[in-house]
Write a protein that binds this ligand. Structure first.
Ligand code: GLC
Length: 722
């Protein structure tokens, strides 16, 4: 397709149509879920046939109907782009991104993204609003479930893996015409995960150094991995909402990061500039957003109503409009839409692709590799020979384990814990008692007696607790991150009745459960594990699978510690005692400063011994690589997988540095009683940071490297950078 000729033939209204995105409900009756306010956007009637892209449609049939009607009406037959939030699965749902982060397994992330792309492409999706590369240290924020955790390095890898998986890169396929690929849109640029008070859409107050060092790397990694689109954040950074922030959108995103793809606003974010109070009216909002590089306006009509007048008034140039439209047309061309506006969509194949049994196998594998064993006094794994199993709690038979962004996933198709246990233990007697609710304010304890009775009569008890999936996700922040209702009281009653009790948690954010940590014999964190959550939980609890995940996020003791992260600075008055209050030190009168469970922590049924850590030399010279040798042994009778983590500390620098930061990680599977020697490479680039003058440099000096997990070094070595 000669895009230049096409562009030249377009009227201004047709050009502006390419820069406007609406929901499918403007074109037909759909049951697709809303992902933003449903108010009418005020699109002029004559613009509807010219709209260039659609989001939130329900299936292949709807996509075909919208595309067909559009092509019939459109003078130039420019195909529409179809976009959707395929965040952690399309119809087959794998664990929420926060859980996927706990796998610390980019290849698993890539595989799951490929699976999601295949299902979504068959349903007519062209672009997914994924990866979400925001950094978050605050469990109050509902969208923490959508991050892959609090660490920039881990998020870089998990973000790249999603881009590669969706766009087919790792399958040696750089061609988005391939039917099993989607174009990836990295979001939300930038800094959205640091909303003040953990309250969604709130202001973000971050220094340039923190933005550059902690928040930008994952977005940049996704852009460098080839993401075709970037979505702006809702939040004001340094007083300017992202979509109208020239430093973010032009200086950083386009000039420094070199992004030359399509920029799309978040839902209604351009109109919301008038609500933020940085645009007097919709026309000013259109001018601000467009002049700062936002190409497509999602679900508001500022561009449709005012861009033409802004060009006619000489405020905006037609050349800039043409450049934005060309970026959109190029993406359509790259996806092959001009040759085939229906691309990979196939209403006949859609159901077969979306219900492919192989996808369920991968979803279960992902749920098994993302569950974190937080505590085990030895009762796990349960024996498969048990005769009576009691499942107790609001998640014992609950299909609502897909998570907030479950796209076209169907809860009724998910495997509950009860179904998972019964499938694994066909001869066991399995009883299920709800015992209590899982919502805030639910104080009903009338189910306790039945629960305690069931527990006392069982060989083993699986206590399935958590928060409803709509307690996390977009717009769903909480000021209390405890288990909702009376679930902890239920747990204490059940555990007292039968100490052979394992707690399984279903939640979208870290939960502050200090009493549970004290009283439960075992705790397995499942997060929202997706379509195969129940089968994965059963196989983990009864030892078919050995837990291998590590926390990708710090679990606070209480909400008062939020925001909290393992990458903390020393301060001038760090605590020097392990427990209790210390006057004139950085601590609390009424709570420890340590987390309930730290970043990088997770148990296994195997026992891994870090035998030794040795430097090949104690000096790293610029341009060279220093190797650190670790000997790891599996000191158990069970094969297991350990995620080896190496952390670095810069002992003295021109600005304060974190007391620890993840520098390297790798998953290692070891047969029983086997050992392995690992080589951990350290290069100057691993030691860089933004110095006092905001130069990204490594400074000569002494560094410490340790293996283990956050705040828990097993071995440490020191070396000098010269
Ligand atoms: C929502 C979300 C964004 C999503 C978009 C489209 O408001 O903030 O993450 O991709 O709208 O659904």
């Amino acid at each position: 397709m000669d895009l230049n000729a096409l562009l030249q033939s377009m009227t201004m209204k047709e050009k502006i149509g390419q820069l406007t995105q609406c929901t499918a409900e403007l074109f037909l009756q759909t049951d697709a879920a809303a992902t933003g306010p449903r108010e009418a956007i005020g699109l002029p009637k004559e613009m509807l046939p010219l709209v260039g892209s659609v989001l939130n449609f329900a299936n292949a049939e709807e996509m075909c109907a919208i595309q067909r009607a559009h092509l019939e009406a459109d003078r130039l037959k420019i195909p529409m782009l179809f976009m959707m939030d395929v965040i952690h699965g399309y119809r087959t749902i794998f664990p929420i991104p926060l859980a996927m982060g706990c796998s610390m397994d980019p290849s698993l992330m890539d595989d799951c993204s490929q699976m999601a792309a295949k299902e979504a492409a068959a349903s007519g999706v062209h672009v997914t609003f994924t990866p979400m590369a925001d950094q978050c240290r605050d469990a109050r924020w509902g969208r923490i479930m959508e991050t892959t955790g609090e660490d920039p390095l881990l998020n870089e890898w998990m973000g790249k893996a999603q881009v590669w998986g969706f766009q087919g890169t790792t399958r040696d396929n750089t061609d988005l015409r391939s039917p099993d690929t989607l174009a990836a849109c990295v979001k939300h640029f930038a800094g959205y995960g640091a909303v003040e008070a953990g309250r969604d859409y709130n202001t973000v107050e971050l220094s340039e150094r923190t933005l550059r060092e902690t928040h930008f790397p994952a977005y940049k990694a996704c852009i460098d991995a080839g993401a075709r689109m970037v979505m702006t954040s809702f939040s004001a950074v340094d007083g300017l909402p992202a979509v109208a922030n020239p430093w973010l959108m032009k200086t950083v995103l386009k000039e420094e990061m070199g992004f030359d793809g399509v920029v799309i606003s978040d839902y209604d974010a351009i109109r919301e500039l008038t609500v933020h109070g940085v645009a007097a009216d919709l026309k000013e909002a259109a001018r601000l957003a467009f002049s700062n590089g936002c190409d497509i306006e999602m679900c508001s009509a500022a561009y449709a109503l005012h861009l033409e007048a802004l060009v006619n008034d000489g405020v905006l140039s037609e050349a800039d409009i043409d450049n934005a439209v060309m970026r959109v047309l190029r993406l359509k061309e790259e996806l092959g839409l001009f040759d085939d506006p229906y691309r990979a969509v196939d209403p006949q194949r859609e159901d077969a692709v979306c219900t492919d049994p192989a996808h369920r196998v991968l979803a279960r594998e992902a749920a098994e590799k993302t569950a974190v064993l937080l505590k085990n006094n030895g009762i796990l794994p349960f024996s498969k020979e048990v005769k009576r199993v009691a499942l107790i709690g609001p998640f014992a038979e609950n299909h609502a384990i897909l998570g907030f962004w479950s796209c076209r996933g169907r809860e009724e198709e998910s495997v509950t814990v009860r179904q998972g246990v019964e499938a694994l233990l066909p001869y066991a007697e399995v009883t299920a008692v709800r015992g209590c609710g899982n919502t805030v304010g639910d104080v009903d304890r009338s189910g306790f007696d039945e629960a305690v009775k069931a527990a006392s009569e069982a060989d083993v008890v699986i206590l399935c607790l958590g928060e409803p999936s709509h307690y996390s996700g977009e717009g769903n922040s909480r000021v209390d991150i405890a288990l909702p209702g009376v679930q902890e009281a239920l747990a204490e009653a059940v555990i007292e009745a039968n100490p052979q009790t394992a707690v399984v948690l279903f939640n979208g954010r870290p939960l502050a459960v200090p009493r549970l940590k004290e009283t439960a014999p075992a705790i397995l964190e499942m997060w929202f594990p997706g379509s195969e959550g129940g089968s994965a939980a059963a196989r983990l609890l009864f030892g078919e699978v050995n837990p291998s995940a590590k926390l990708a996020v710090t679990v606070p003791r209480c909400v008062g510690q939020c925001p909290i992260s393992y990458r903390y600075a020393s301060t001038g008055r760090p605590k020097t005692i392990a427990h209790g209050y210390q006057p004139f030190r950085s601590n609390y009168l009424d709570e420890e400063i340590t987390p309930l469970w730290p970043f990088g922590y997770g148990l296994s049924y195997s026992r891994f011994v870090y035998e030794s850590l040795r430097l090949e030399t104690d000096t790293l010279r610029c341009g060279e690589r220093l190797m650190v040798t670790l000997v790891l042994r599996n000191d158990s009778d069970r094969e297991g997988t350990e995620t080896v983590q190496a952390y670095i500390r810069d002992l003295h620098a021109s600005v304060t540095r974190p007391t620890q930061q993840l520098m390297w990680f790798s998953k290692v599977t070891l047969p029983p009683h086997q050992r392995i020697t690992l080589k951990i490479p350290v290069e100057e680039s691993d030691l860089c940071f933004f110095d006092r003058e905001m130069r990204y440099v490594a400074e000569a000096g002494t560094f410490e490297l340790f293996v283990g997990y956050a705040d828990h070094p097993v071995h440490a070595v020191q070396f000098r950078l010269e």
